[in-house]
Design a protein around this ligand. Structure first.
Ligand code: MLT
Ligand code: MN
Ligand code: ZN
Length: 317
């Protein structure tokens, strides 16, 4: 692995939303096109980033069901030939919600490697209530609560990562499998169900934001993101109705807890005045027309200064 003393290295492991691109059971035009190798379409795995200060020790931001493939596609993350018989550069994982696409990859990390798993109280409770996660041996894998609004210094069980994480609540929705219709329009959503992360390099003081799920860019969130050098943001849908219009689902983006890119209430408009230097969409649903490099939607997002995240994209700050 490459040593780098001056930068935080950020890699997109998976840029797609739940289901990935193409999604296993989906024959929508985007999924059919990427499956057929049509020009302008690139396959994507599910939602995750990896961050390192030294190129050696890494923290995952979300653990997707595609983690095994992501590790195999990213040599820095696999067992190192310079390490022991069993070793892993992945020292920690930070979870932003309890969604299947963000937590189920933890099960891939089950072979007695030391690991620290960070999440809100709410998400750690979800893990505790799902006994399948006990496959992560508690003698090796510690679970640490991220208190909202408090910067936490990340340490794997072996490594200090030189990174702090501040979790903050963002507008969102409880995970799909936890929705409780009897609890009204928000399905029983509580604070901590969806968090954003501010990730800071403790040596340089440089930071970026990671907000892969967000229902609304409200005033507190806008203030927080204002002037940032780099933000990775929820790019689930382009249009709030696109899944309905395509006949894929009866749900709007709002109903799923995701702000859309376009329109007067969309994220493109909401970021217009925030002065964020680099804006990257992640968690992109397979229905989203920006996945077609030749689409008008793609041109609109790029003209507004957005990058459409892709697997393997690397940014250093
Ligand atoms: C979401 O982002 O809305 C969820 O990942 C959806 C899902 O659980 O399939
Ligand atoms: Mn998701
Ligand atoms: Zn599709």
């Amino acid at each position: 692995a490459q040593i780098n003393d001056h930068h935080m290295i950020i890699k997109i492991l998976g840029s797609a939303a739940g289901g990935g691109f193409p999604q296993w059971n989906c024959n929508c035009s985007n999924c059919a096109d990427v499956r057929n190798g049509a020009p302008g379409f690139t396959a994507r795995t599910q939602s995750s980033l990896a961050v390192s200060r030294d190129g050696k020790d890494w923290v995952l931001l979300n653990a997707s069901p595609d983690l095994r493939k992501q590790i195999n596609d990213t040599p820095e993350l696999g067992a190192q030939s310079s390490g022991g018989l069993r070793n892993s550069p992945i020292k920690a994982a930070v979870l932003t919600n309890g969604d299947v696409d963000h937590i189920s990859g933890l099960i891939n990390l089950r072979e007695m490697e030391p690991l620290a798993v960070y999440g809100s109280d709410r998400v750690l409770t979800v893990l505790a209530q799902n006994s399948i996660f006990n496959v992560l041996n508690s003698e090796k894998v510690v679970r640490r609560e991220l208190k909202l609004g408090e910067p936490t210094k990340l340490s794997g069980t072996e490594a200090m990562l030189g990174i702090t994480v501040e979790a903050f609540p963002v507008p969102g929705k409880v995970a799909l499998y936890l929705e409780d219709a009897s609890k009204g329009a928000d399905f029983g959503t509580v604070e901590g169900d969806t968090i954003g992360l501010k990730i800071t390099d403790t040596e340089t003081g440089k930071y970026f934001f990671y907000v892969p799920g967000c229902a609304d860019l409200d005033a507190p969130l806008a203030r927080r993101l204002e002037g940032a050098a780099l933000v990775f943001f929820d790019g689930t849908l382009f249009d709030d109705n696109e899944m309905i219009d395509a006949g894929l689902s009866a749900k709007t983006g709002k109903r799923m807890g995701h702000i859309s890119m376009s329109g007067p209430e969309g994220s493109i408009a909401a970021f217009e005045k925030l002065g964020v230097a680099r804006k990257v969409y992640v968690h992109i649903n397979n229905s989203n027309p920006v996945l077609n490099e030749n689409s008008d939607a793609r041109k609109e997002a790029e003209a507004a200064g957005w990058s459409i995240g892709y697997d393997g994209m690397e940014i250093r700050i």
